[in-house]
Structure formats: structure tokens, C-alpha cells
Unconditional design. Structure first.
Length: 397
């Protein structure tokens, strides 16, 4: 590992390094800068290394798939190589964020054509943040940041701490950002009590951690390390962080496969949520294709596909889809299908008797629903009554 050394030797000598031989055996070297120092650990993995469901090399063909994808998506790797992705996680002295919280470990992984490299920058104690951020930023050429809740926590925290030393270190790079927490919540929030990375590992990625230090213990272990320089605990925290960034690689591979490949590997719930995600992004063709895969078994997909057909003014197809959703015994929002059918019969078919029938069904179904917020229910009931009254006038009732 290339480590820059400060030219002012009298400042460097003030840094006493405990356990230097033990650090070396842990693939860790000392980085010195302007009288401060930090530790840099570099660990390499073979591309054949399997972490959960996938080998790390599986990222490379995934990136090639993104190059040929004709959809816009927040997780799209189009225009990037696997080595451009910067799988990043931090360990801090607290979870609240802000100036009072210190980042003591910056860890990241990159997937190259011949290996995977994990690099970790450890703060040895107070008064060394200039060295920490100099070591982290001096060779930054990453184009894209991949995190788990990093958009809300890790990177803002880096920016906060960087502000305190910005006169002494390079500027922060402008990162793109893939936050895999957002994607995970979209797909799995209904099947998990909490969409934490450790739960995604166990329930989705088939990863079982062995002898892992829980993340919530990391701040206490770090404080003890600063006081005693005893290495066993902090080495465990660094292994925990190493595992986290490896998991980010596996998770990005898995999410990309779900988004890009056919539905054979997706559950019906994943199909629906991915279709809804594309729908929200304006990728209507991709959304419709996915809804069609599950429309026979999912009333929600039938409703969503019906809305898309309606926007395309394909009202006959929309009508059939809304009727299909209405007939599903599992549908607990039948008033929506009734309302849409009422609109089609009133405005497109001019069949006011049928429009009134569906409008009255919508009112009845909604009125029978329990646990609706009072204000919302009153407004919705008023809308149904207004529609019924208008149709009755057209029928001279």
C-alpha cells in the first residue's frame, strides 16, 4: 500500500504507535500527515469469493446488463464500470448525527476486473481527523456512492466532519448516490418488521454472520480502544464494517437482477412493487410489462394496469381490468374499482344507469370500511355522493 508521509519529521515523531506489529499482521499500515496519523487497512478478496447468494464477480455482468437497459432508474449503472462503484459505510460514535458525532471508521469496497479491494480508514483518537480525511480524499476518483441509508446519514455526517478540517484537506468530491435502503424498503417493508441491513442479509441474501460484533456496540468499543489501545475489540468492529461493505455489493447485485431480468426470480410482491416503482418513475411500458406478469393473481396489479390503460385512452381494456379487480374476493378496496367503472360508464360509454349502479356500489363499499380517518372518510363520502347526484340529474331522477 502506498502511504504518504509528512516531510516534517519532528511532527511525525510525536505520534506514538502502539501495537504496530499487530497492526501490520491485520493488513494495516500507519498513514502520517502534518503531525497526525490514522490507520489504513487494505484487504483483498478473490472475485470468486461468495458472499451470500452471489459471488463478488457477479457484479461485472450486472453492470453490462445496465449498459443495455432502456429504462431510467435510480439504481441504473448505465455509463459506469464495476470499479466506478464505491460501496461505502461508516462507523460513528453515535447515531444522532451532527457536529457532536465523530466518524471513526470510513470503509469502502471496489470491484475491479481481477479482484475486490476493501479499504478502511481508522481514526486512532482525537486530534487526527486531518490525517483521516486527507488519507480518505487524496486519491478519490469514485463516480458513484453506494450505501445503505448513506444519503440520510453516512455522507451528511462525512460532510459535517469535513467542514471542521476543510482548510487542511481536499474538497469533498461530488458523488452520485445509490441508497439501497430506499430500494429495500420498497420491495420488502411488508415482509420485515424493520428493513435493517442485518435483516435483509438473513431473509433475502442468505447471509449468516459468524462471531459478529453488533453495530450498536461499536461506539463503546471505540471509546475503549482510544483509552487503552487494546486491539481485539476494534478489530472486531473493522470486520463488522468489512462485512457491511461486502453485503452492499451482494445487495446491489440482487436488486439489479430483480429489476433487469425476467420475473422468474421475483415473488409476486416483488413484481408488484417493482412495477409500481417503474410506474412512479414514468417508465409506463416497463411497469405495464411487469403488471401483466401477475395480473391474473393480483387485484392490485389489475388496478394499476387498468389505470395505465385508462391514461392511454384504451377504455375497453381498462374496464375489463377494473372488473377483474372488483371480482377478486381478496380485494379490500372494491370501492376504487367501482369508482373507476362508474367514470368509464358515465363519461365514455354514456351508460348512466350502469354508471349510477357502480357509483352506489362504491359508496356502499366505502361506507362499510372500518378504521378510516374521519376527515378523509367524510371527504371521500362527499365525493361519492356528488358523483351519484350528478348522474341522477343526467337520468332525470
Amino acid at each position: 500500500m502506498n502511504v504518504e508521509h509528512d516531510s516534517t519529521s519532528n511532527l511525525v515523531s510525536k505520534n506514538t504507535i502502539c501495537n504496530e506489529k499487530e497492526w501490520e499482521s491485520f493488513q494495516t499500515s500507519v498513514y502520517r500527515f502534518q503531525g497526525e496519523h490514522c490507520f489504513i487497512r487494505e484487504k483483498e478478496y478473490s472475485l470468486d469469493h461468495k458472499h451470500g447468494k452471489y459471488q463478488l464477480k457477479d457484479l461485472i455482468p450486472i453492470m453490462k446488463l445496465w449498459q443495455n437497459a432502456d429504462v431510467e432508474h435510480p439504481l441504473s449503472g448505465k455509463g459506469h464500470h464495476s470499479s466506478d462503484l464505491f460501496f461505502f459505510d461508516t462507523e460513528t460514535t453515535g447515531l444522532s448525527g451532527g457536529v457532536g458525532t465523530t466518524i471513526f471508521l470510513l470503509g469502502y469496497a471496489r470491484v475491479f476486473s481481477d479482484k475486490v479491494v476493501i479499504r478502511q480508514h481508522l481514526l486512532p483518537g482525537p486530534g487526527n481527523e486531518v490525517a483521516l480525511y486527507q488519507s480518505f480524499l487524496e486519491n478519490v476518483n469514485y463516480k458513484t456512492l453506494v450505501t445503505y441509508n448513506g444519503k440520510a446519514f453516512d455522507w451528511p455526517q462525512v460532510k459535517t466532519r469535513h467542514t471542521l478540517v476543510r482548510e487542511h484537506v481536499p474538497k469533498l468530491p461530488a458523488f452520485g448516490h445509490f441508497d439501497l435502503l430506499h430500494a429495500s424498503r420498497r420491495l420488502w417493508k411488508s415482509k420485515m418488521e424493520a428493513v435493517r441491513l442485518v435483516n435483509v442479509e438473513k431473509e433475502i441474501l442468505e447471509i449468516e454472520r459468524q462471531d459478529d460484533i453488533p453495530g450498536f456496540l461499536a461506539p463503546m468499543i471505540y471509546v475503549d480502544f482510544v483509552k487503552t489501545q487494546e486491539m481485539q475489540g476494534i478489530k472486531g468492529v473493522m470486520k463488522h464494517n468489512e462485512w457491511d461493505v461486502l453485503t452492499l455489493i451482494t445487495l446491489y447485485i440482487h436488486l439489479s437482477k430483480l429489476l433487469l431480468l425476467d420475473g422468474n426470480e421475483r415473488s409476486e410482491l416483488e413484481d408488484f412493487e417493482i412495477g409500481r416503482w417503474y410506474d412512479t418513475l414514468g417508465e409506463k411500458e416497463a411497469a405495464a410489462s411487469i403488471y401483466e406478469n401477475i395480473v391474473e393473481s393480483s387485484w392490485k396489479a389489475a388496478m394499476k394496469l387498468g389505470y395505465l390503460k385508462k391514461k392511454e385512452r384504451r377504455f375497453c381494456e381498462a374496464e375489463l381490468l377494473f372488473k377483474q379487480a372488483l371480482a377478486d374476493p381478496l380485494n379490500d378496496s372494491k370501492e376504487e374499482a367501482c369508482e373507476e367503472l362508474s367514470k368509464i360508464y358515465e363519461h365514455q360509454k354514456k351508460s348512466y344507469d350502469t354508471a349510477l349502479l357502480y357509483a352506489e356500489k362504491a359508496l356502499k363499499n366505502y361506507n362499510e370500511k372500518a378504521n378510516q380517518p374521519k376527515q378523509k372518510k367524510e371527504k371521500k363520502l362527499a365525493d361519492f355522493i356528488k358523483r351519484i347526484t350528478r348522474i341522477q340529474k343526467k337520468l332525470d331522477i
